[in-house]
Design a protein around this ligand. Sequence first.
Ligand SMILES: C[S@@+](CC[C@H](N)C(=O)[O-])C[C@H]1O[C@@H](n2cnc3c(N)ncnc32)[C@H](O)[C@@H]1O
Length: 276
Amino acid sequence: MNYRHAYHAGNHADVLKHWVLTRCLALLQKKPAPLAYIDTHAGIGLYDLKGEEALKTDEWQAGIGRVWTSTHPLLADYLHAVRELNEDDELRYYPGSPEIARCLTRSQDHLHLNEKHPADGQLLKDNMRIDRRVSVHLGEGWHVPRALLPTEEKRLLMLIDPPFEEGDDLQNSVQALEESLARMRQAIVCLWYPVKDIGQLRRFYQKLEKSNAPKLLRVELYVNQPNDSSKLNGSGLVICNPPWGLEAELRELLPWLTETLQQGEGGWRLDWLIAE
Ligand SMILES: C[S@@+](CC[C@H](N)C(=O)[O-])C[C@H]1O[C@@H](n2cnc3c(N)ncnc32)[C@H](O)[C@@H]1O
């Protein structure tokens, strides 16, 4: 377990992932019924962009650094979660997915956050301790569907966001998706992945197409043409059972987001791997 998200927090891939997360949360809250949020690979929840790790890569400058001053209404929730951590106009702290979900959920909602790395898990606990709606688990992310589903709440949003430092994270993600759906067919599951090796991704899409998912929406954003598999040229999310309205919102913002985040010749795609 060498991957530390502190080196990459707020980069272009985080912007896409966290923005999609905020829209799922917003659309789900159109109904008052309680919601469960689960993060299988949660990280530490809060990142210092002027800290040693972030300074080594400065990746956030080409990510949140480029969208932070936007006034686009579809980014309002996302940027609200970022601003909550930054008292003045200087961007210094960045919320991970746990903090974004914590900031944008209601008193009736519950959060289960899982992080396997012992030191990061402790930091996550420290960062989340003020909120009684949050449970932090320090176990194996791939065991989360079996351990926590079905949830008491009928509505569930789950983020599966592994580090992809091992070759089988794509395969494990599909399995975790299938296990989750076997326990809660209506679950909304967001599965994040890097756009690097296109051949590997083709096999991943094929597996997803044959999965037990009722509906699967795929969104990808490239900051460069995806033809060098050693680089993070872009990232994607597969969203199972996306909330009504999400597809239209993605279609509206993706051209602008691509234009803003691209480093060379960027691009995006939005389509259904499994349509209804
Ligand atoms: C991409 S980061 C998560 C970022 C976070 N979801 C966010 O968006 O802010 C992946 C995290 O998974 C953790 N991790 C690695 N292997 C794991 C495993 N087998 N089970 C659970 N967590 C794991 C890493 O320590 C790292 O913090």
